[in-house]
Each structure stands twice: as structure tokens, then as C-alpha cells.
Design a binder for this molecule. Sequence first.
Ligand SMILES: Nc1nc2c(ncn2[C@@H]2O[C@H](COP(=O)(O)OP(=O)(O)O)[C@@H](O)[C@H]2O)c(=O)[nH]1
Ligand SMILES: [Mg+2]
Length: 355
Amino acid sequence: MVGLYGQGKTTTTAKLAEWYRKKHGLRVAVIEADVHRPGAYAQLSQLLEDSSVVVYGEPDEKNAATIVRNGLAACASADLVIVDTAGRHQLDDELVDELERIASITRATERWLVIDAQVGQAAGPVAASFHNLAGVTGIVVTKLDGTARGGGALSAVAATGAPLVHIGVGEKVSDLEKFEADRFISRLLGMGDIRGLIDLAPEDMDEEEAMRLTQRLMSGRFTLNDMYKQMEMMAKVGTIDKLMSFLPGNMFGGLGGMTKSQKEAMQGNLDRYRTIMDSMTGWEKNEPAKIKAERIQRIARGSGVKEKDVRELIAQWKRSRKMMKGMGGNRKLNKQMRKMMKDGDMDMDPSAFGM
Ligand SMILES: Nc1nc2c(ncn2[C@@H]2O[C@H](COP(=O)(O)OP(=O)(O)O)[C@@H](O)[C@H]2O)c(=O)[nH]1
Ligand SMILES: [Mg+2]
């Protein structure tokens, strides 16, 4: 693993070790060869303390090449050995020498460059220097859980010809994902992260229920009960704000582009609707269009809101139903939604959303 200081090399070394141990059943060992950062060995050991990955290090040895040579001998029985190296703010002569020596000792099959998503265009020249030095064969972009979109990674790809292999999405050892182009590109272009949105679905969400609901929505039969379930799922996923952050600005007529105060207002509405619906009978939720003034009065009293709030809920339901009917009429989107629900294929054609 190579890269500048603080980019996430050590963290990524631990993540990759766990990834290959867990997902591929390999016997993995890691060697800590950063002799410049105090506590590097302790950091790596701690990251892997709950894992069976072997961590090799010599905290008192000042020569990185020596540690790597000893480490490779000690870890000879491992299927995969990952060597974590030192970084600087810039590649200086000492670091260049050190990396060259480590490269010639390990003759590693892969040399992966770790880049922080925040680096931006500077990633190009940095990647080019490491590529000249070690021959970069893969790129890992870290800290994509933050606000940076990771566009600089593309400069690194351009400078090295090496593919993006993984992305880091958090500080925990499990926060590693395989690089997926469509996801990355849609984030980069600000199209919203459709996959990310779907991954947000709560684990306890009943798949069959979700499928039935989707089919009902698509068929244009949409009761207040359906809207309630839909809202419940949304509430489980989190706040509207979180949900919206995954949607492209122009999706569903610009919902994704709502201002903060608009979103807050919508969250408030959802909470109130829920209270109101809790005071409604099953029949009323099934046939909201048939609710007469008398019942509206009773529901309002039961839920402690004004009658106009109950009317507003019913109006909202009418608007949602109309929107759902419109979506049901979109055959392309309809087909994709069904396919997606059926085989978990998330490769949606953005044009179905009018993007
Ligand atoms: N949020 C977030 N933090 C990360 C990620 N990868 C690394 N970090 C943090 O970035 C800091 C530097 O990471 P480290 O692995 O020590 O970088 P190194 O100097 O290249 O070895 C640490 O605080 C890590 O926890 C990531 O994918 N997301
Ligand atoms: Mg480190």
C-alpha cells in the first residue's frame, strides 16, 4: 500500500485484510512497515484486534526494509500478505529510497495507491510520482463517506492507467466497498446515489411487503394505508433530509432540490399525518375519498389536531395517488421497478426518471 500521509493507508490495509479473510477465506497477514509514524504498529494491531489476521511489526526497528524482509519470512504460510508503508506530505528522497527497497524485496503482485477523496486534481501528479516509483496497479479512494465526491480519483486513474478497486466509506474496518462505476459516477455527476438509497432500506423491511406495496403503487390502487406504509418505511430509513440527499435534484419533480426549510416542513407534516392516521379506522384508511365531515371531526378530536389538518392529509393522499398513477403510466420506469424488485438488479436506466 502506498500513498501520502494521512490518506488512509493503514486503515485501508486493515480493511482489505479483513475483506479478503472474510469474503475469500484467505489466510491473511499484514506487515507494518511505516517506521516514521510513531504508533503505526499499535494502530494497525488495534484495527485488527478482533480479527484472526496476523499483524507483523517491529516497533523498535528503524529500517523498513528489514521489517519487510523479516515479516515476509515470518508470514510465509499466509495466502495474502499486505504491506503498509510510510507516507509523507510529499514524496522526498528518503521515502523514495525506502519504497524502492520495499518494492524490490516484496516483488508484490499488486501495488495499490490510497487517495483521500478530498485531494482533488492534485491527485494526478501525486499518482504519477508513485506510479513512476512503484508501478501502481490499483487505486483505493478513501473518505467517500464525507462530502467530497472523489473526482480527483479520476485524475489518478488517468495518470496511472490503474483501475479504481475499492472505496473507503468510514473509519471502521468494515467500511470498505468494492468500487462500482455507476454508483461512483452518479455521485460524481450529482445524479443522486440510487444504489445507496436502496441500501438504506432497513434490514427488517419485509421484502414481500415492499414488493406488494410497489405493485399496488404501480397499479394506481393507492389507499391511505399504502401511503402510511410508505411513510413508515421512509421514517425507518431516517429523516427526509437523509433520504433526499440520495436523490437527484430533478427527480420526482424536484423533490431532491427542496430547500432545508421545505424539507423540515415536510418532516413536520409526516409526523402530524402519522398521528392523524393512528386515529383512523382501517376502513377510513382504505377509503379516504369517502370520509364525510362528521368522521373528519371525530378523527381531528381523536388525534388532537384541527379539522383542516385532516383535510390536508386527505388532499395530500389525493396528490400522492395522482403522482403514483403518473408513475404507473411510465412504462419504462414501471418495468425497471418490477425487474429491480424481482432480481435485485439495481442497474436502473436514469432516463426512466427523466434524467
Ligand atoms: N471517514 C473516514 N475516515 C477514514 C477513512 N479511511 C481512513 N480514515 C481516517 O483517516 C485518518 C488517517 O488514516 P490512516 O489510515 O492513519 O492514514 P495513513 O497515514 O495513510 O496510514 C484516520 O483518522 C482514519 O480513521 C474513510 O474511508 N472514511
Ligand atoms: Mg499509516
